[in-house]
Ligand binder design. Structure first.
Ligand code: PHE
Length: 448
């Protein structure tokens, strides 16, 4: 018998825990900055609503129907529909994508852990913009420290994974997630008081269509997959642990809403600090590490808030990271006699090694480039922009063109009107959207 969540709220919390992570707090603001602001945000929001939401339902539905890990699950569903076993590639690609993402994710989560210590020691007090920037650049220049923190985070992740799905972490999550929201609101309050909130809102929400490039469109779409944990089987595995009769649509809606709201609040807050301090919005991956210490360093109770903030972000990263390896772990344990513990150790070592390559991209190996990208960027771009959307495209095609309609309908348990909406979105909007973005990128279509 496979384990199941004890109730549907545990599922919603766990899937939201997977979705909310570095993608919201670290990646969304920095990508928005690099891609010029509002146009990126607008496309990201469109992708979340038109592609992300229906696909969230689809992926949960596939997982619950399959009751297996993503590789065997897809094989099983394909057999049930009388189609080819080749659909397993969705599962394989997901397993690989999860490990690639975790490799660079763990490096950044390591930065967060390091910043917890800096925060506790009162390091940010009175910090100027220049000091904050220097602090970050000298930190990532040292591979030793990055290695220590990356290793720590990988050990934390694999420890929880080795112990199975419904561990204490999910219970702790119930307190940690709401606390993260509270601290984010405190930060937002600070930004409203002393940041340049007008400039921030203008940057994020006044559409400037001249900034829409094929690359910005691809990044925005890719990010909507990344932030919602879609297209690689994480949500599918979590769905496979979901008991019958829980409403998939409602769960999906809450998860997508929470994830998007958290990203927007983080973005608004950070850009208000950026503009108030004449910082560079396009600073890249270091953006939050160069801006937030300034804010914390000048607000009352800043040391406490900063410490809590970085702990909670580390926590959010932790609940995401366990979902990144779960497709691989469930696939291996359900097919071998290795057991969860040994599997976790073996997989952990592989990911750790790739992560070492990623962390060296900021220092010793900064010149090592593959197709023009360093290892960190390569792992990120390959997964976010290609593997996840491709996985999502195949899942959508499978769900509406291959699977028996009655099976999908049975799992989703929607009323007629909502079912038809889901069907339309999954049959036309999702595949067309993803394909358009892909074709644009290779230059086969002119960007409208
Ligand atoms: N959604 C997570 C985040 O935003 C990252 C993630 C991607 C987790 C894909 C699982 C699968 O941080």
């Amino acid at each position: 018998m496979r384990g199941h969540w004890s109730n549907r709220w545990v599922f919603v919390m766990a899937t939201a825990g997977s979705a909310v992570g570095l993608g919201n707090i670290w990646k969304f603001p920095y990508m928005t900055g690099v891609n010029g602001g509002s146009a990126f945000v607008l496309i990201y929001l469109l992708c979340v609503a038109l592609i992300g939401l229906p696909l969230m339902m689809t992926e949960i539905m596939l997982g619950r129907r399959a009751q297996r890990n993503p590789v065997d699950g897809m094989a099983h569903l394909a057999a049930e529909a009388g189609s080819t076993g080749l659909w397993k590639v969705i599962g394989y690609m997901g397993v690989a994508a999860g490990l690639f993402i975790l490799a660079f994710y763990s490096v950044v989560a390591g930065w967060v852990l390091d910043y917890v210590l800096r925060a506790v020691s009162g390091n940010f007090l009175g910090m100027t913009a220049e000091e904050a920037t220097n602090q970050f650049s000298s930190f990532i220049a040292k591979p030793g420290e990055l290695l220590l923190w990356h290793t720590t985070f990988m050990v934390l992740t694999m420890y929880v994974v080795a112990r199975g799905v419904t561990s204490g972490l999910e219970r702790a999550n119930k307190i940690m997630m709401p606390s993260l929201v509270v601290i984010l609101l405190v930060l937002l309050g600070y930004s409203l008081a002393v940041g340049d909130i007008r400039h921030s809102l203008e940057f994020m929400f006044t559409p400037d269509f001249s900034k829409i490039t094929p690359n910005a469109v691809l990044s925005a779409m890719g990010h909507s997959f990344f932030t919602l944990s879609l297209g690689m089987g994480s949500v599918m595995v979590y769905g496979s642990y979901l008991q019958r009769h829980a409403s998939i649509a409602r769960a999906s809606f809450y998860i997508v809403l929470a994830d998007t709201a958290i990203a927007l609040v983080a973005g608004i807050t950070i850009f208000a600090i950026v503009f108030a301090n004449q910082l560079e919005p396009a600073a890249g991956p270091g953006l939050i590490f160069q801006t937030l210490p300034i804010a914390f360093g000048h607000m009352p109770g800043g040391t406490l808030f900063a410490t809590l903030f970085f702990i909670l972000v580390g926590f959010a990263a932790w609940t995401s990271s366990i979902s990144l390896v779960e497709p691989a772990i469930s696939w291996i344990t359900e097919n071998t006699s290795l057991g969860r513990r040994n599997t976790s150790i073996a997989v952990g070592i592989i990911v750790w090694l790739m992560g070492v390559g990623a962390l060296l991209s900021f220092n010793a190996w900064s010149e090592v480039k593959i197709v023009g990208l360093n290892i960190f960027d390569l792992l990120d771009k390959l997964t976010t922009n290609i593997m996840l959307p491709l996985g999502g495209l195949l899942m959508a095609i499978f769900a509406v063109w291959v699977m028996h309609a009655t099976h999908a309908q049975e799992e989703l348990a929607l009323n007629d009107k909502h079912y038809r909406r889901w069907l339309f979105a999954t049959r036309y909007v999702v595949p067309a959207g993803i394909l358009l973005v892909f074709l644009n990128l290779v230059g086969w279509l002119p960007l409208i």
